[in-house]
Structure formats: C-alpha cells, structure tokens
Write a protein that binds this ligand. Structure first.
Ligand code: NAI
Ligand code: MG
Length: 377
C-alpha cells in the first residue's frame, strides 16, 4: 500500500495547510504500514521567484511520474503583474496530466455546516451531491478569436471527451449499492454541442451502466433548484466545463465556508473498494492519476498568521487516499474525524473552530483536534 506523491504547497496559506494535512498522512502511514514517498517542489509564485516561470518542465515531468499530485494554492498580490501569472502553473499541470474530471463534493455531514449555510436548515439538511465537471475541453479551450469589436470561443466537444467523463460518473455511481442516480446537465434545448453531450452520455450509460438511473437536467433550471430544492439532486451531477464551473461555485456557496471545500481532478474512472483497477488514467499504485487541492485560493489576507482552516486541504487528502491509492476505509476515517471536530460543540465537547467558522482556533489547533480524532477512529 502507498505510492509516490508530488507535493506542491504553492503560496501563502498553501504551505501552512499542506503541512498540517501531511501530519494526517503520517498517522495513516503508522497505522496501516502504507509507505508514501513524498517529493516537494514549487508551483505558482514560489516557482516564479526561483525560475521565472509558474511551473518548470522538470516539475511537469515529475507530476507525470507521481501517482498523485497534492496541491496547496497558488497566487498573491506580489505577483499581480507577472507574466505568466502564478495560477497558470496549476492549469499547465492539469493539462499535462489530462485530469479531465473535476470532482467537487457538496455535503452537509456536519451540523456545524448546516448552521453556517446561508440556506435555511430545513432546506439544506441532508444535501449530499458531487459535481463532476469536464475540465479539459469545451469553451475554455480551443482556438479563440479576439479582435477589437469581435470575440469568439468555440464550444466544442467530441465523442472521446464526452465518453470518458460519462464513464467517471458511471463508475462512481456504481460504487454505491444501490447505484447513485446521475444528472446529466446541459443546454440541449438551444446549443449543439450540449445536444451531442446528452446523446453520447445516454449511449454510455445505456451500454456500460444500465443499472444507473440517468436523468437530464437543463443547466439554468438546475442553478435555481440547487438553491430551492438541493436535496432533489443527491447523487452525481455530470456536466461540461462551462456549466460545471458556474454550478460548482454555486454549490460551494451553499456551504458558506470556503475553508471546508476539497476537490479532486481525475484522469480516469476510479475503482470501487476491492474492485478492478481503472483502465484509463491508472497509476502505479493501482488507483487513478489525480490532482488534489482545496477549492479556496492562497488567502494572502490571513497568511503567515496561523489562522487558515486546514479542513479543505485535509479533505483533499482524503479524496487522494480514496481515488489514487484505493484506501477507501482510511479516507472515511479522515472524513468522519473532521465531522466530529466540526460538531464538537454541538455534541457537548470542546469548541475547536477556526475564524472562518466563527471560532477562535488557529490552524495548528484545528489540525491537532483532527489528528486526535483520526488516532481514535
Ligand atoms: P481565496 O480563496 O484565497 O480567499 C477568499 C477569502 O476566503 C479570503 O478572505 C480568505 O481569507 C478566505 N479563506 C480562503 N481560504 C481559507 C481558509 N482555508 N481558511 C480561512 N479562510 C479562508 O480567494 P482570493 O482572495 O480571491 O484569491 C487570493 C489568491 O489566490 C489570488 O492570487 C487568486 O488568484 C488565488 N487563487 C488560487 C486558486 C488556486 O490555487 N487553485 C484558487 C482561487 C484563487
Ligand atoms: Mg470557478
């Protein structure tokens, strides 16, 4: 068990929260005998300072050789006018690894989260869905035209790009018994590439995942329903790059706490616990190649003060254990430990919460509370 991780802490709070997340990895190594080889390198502003580039070819090569990339966050005002910008380093790694499926879970397993949400508790309680955003194609890529009075971004998708992301959704749905329902989100009523998206997605599910219930949903109406009836979408939401960008930020807003949101970008369909190795995007550890990072940025306003909430980074670690190293049980232990810490006050224990959650704890204190729970579980 174990494997090779490339660790790119990045800038500002990136290194602060990555350091804490790796302490959880230490505990898991001790408890399970798994061995993780850790290679640290630079990306973002830190790389610009040293190499005058947001990521070097050497780091891109290392990312290809690793079983997983564990990323902090990149950027900050001091690189405001840099060419290239610090965030471009991350985009180049995503592209090089072809981590085309971006997963953002949105769940309210902890009571603390329900109370933090800007949505009424009776609406948000029980929400548990994951958005799977196609992340390597569509309107964000392709040949752009920009003239003084004319602009054009071709919104293109072809069969292999749609099939591979549909397979990730299908494989993830099949990891539950009964299988999770899947919503395929598009604007097939007015746009051409979303019509092809819808047709091919149905083909893939019909042939390869006949047990999975697949339903179509228009992107605009989903945007409304995620606020008014979010529990109706418990399961998986698979969508293209543009809709996925907007809807995943909206789902982040439901939680009201940036410091709690993890993400995974995968290069293939992950295996179920005890299941066969993935075919596409398989790494040497028998999992899938992936890049794991919190949704939040480098938070320069609180960096260097020990105030950042490490939870999003630690939850990203849990996703890495699950998808890149097939350590499903350990991932669950970490997630449960975090829910316990977040709910500590509600359960009559100590309150350990960082400032973004209305508490007074620092990064270290929060991390130590999580470590304690992981050790106990
Ligand atoms: P941000 O996510 O860094 O911060 C937004 C607000 O949330 C700030 O008030 C910050 O203090 C707070 N916050 C964020 N993470 C937190 C945490 N873990 N604990 C407690 N509070 C937290 O977004 P912002 O300010 O727009 O961007 C700052 C820099 O980060 C910019 O250079 C931006 O380009 C970069 N960025 C990088 C990303 C990445 O590396 N993937 C993603 C988003 C932004
Ligand atoms: Mg966005």
């Amino acid at each position: 068990k174990g494997g090779k991780i490339l660790i790119l802490p990045g800038d500002h709070i990136g290194p602060e929260v990555v350091t804490e997340a790796l302490k959880i990895l230490d505990i898991i190594e001790e408890a399970t005998g798994a061995k993780f080889e850790r290679d640290f390198d630079l990306c973002g502003g830190a790389s610009l300072d040293k190499h005058k580039d947001s990521v070097t070819e050497a780091v891109l090569k290392k990312s290809e050789e690793a079983d997983a990339v564990f990323f902090g966050s990149a950027g900050g005002p001091e690189w405001g006018h840099s060419q290239p910008n610090p965030e471009s380093g991350l985009l180049r790694i995503r592209k090089r690894l072809q981590v085309f499926a971006n997963l953002r879970p949105c769940n309210f397993a902890s009571k603390a989260l329900i109370h933090r949400s800007p949505i009424k508790p009776e609406i948000i309680t029980g929400v548990d869905f994951t958005i799977i955003r196609e992340n390597c194609g569509g309107a964000y890529y392709g040949e752009k035209t920009e003239e003084k009075d004319y602009g054009c971004d071709p919104w293109e998708y072809s069969r292999p790009e749609i099939e591979r992301v549909a397979r990730v959704a299908g494989a993830l749905a099949m990891q539950r018994d009964p299988p999770l329902p899947v919503w395929s989100v598009d604007k097939a009523n007015v746009l051409a590439s979303p019509r092809v998206w819808r047709r091919i997605t149905h083909e893939v599910f019909g042939k390869e995942f006949p047990e999975v219930e697949i339903r179509d949903q228009l992107a605009d109406s989903l945007a409304m329903l995620l606020i008014t009836k979010p529990t109706a979408f418990n399961g998986l939401i698979v969508t293209d790059n543009t809709f996925g960008d907007i809807l995943s930020d909206e789902s982040g807003g439901l939680t009201g706490s940036l410091g709690l949101l993890p993400s995974a970008s995968l290069a293939g369909a992950p295996a179920a616990e005890g299941g066969d190795s993935p075919v596409l995007g398989r790494n040497n550890a028998g999992g899938v190649v992936g890049l794991y990072e919190p949704v939040h940025g480098s938070a320069p306003d609180i960096s260097g003060k020990g105030l950042a909430n490490p939870v999003a980074q630690v939850l990203s670690l849990a996703m890495m254990l699950r998808y890149s190293f097939n350590m499903h049980r350990e991932a669950e232990v970490v997630e449960r430990a975090i829910a316990k810490v977040l709910d500590s006050k509600d359960d009559g224990g100590l309150e350990v919460r960082t400032g973004d959650l209305g508490g007074t704890a620092g990064t270290r204190e929060m991390s130590e509370a999580i470590q304690g729970e992981v050790r106990r579980l």
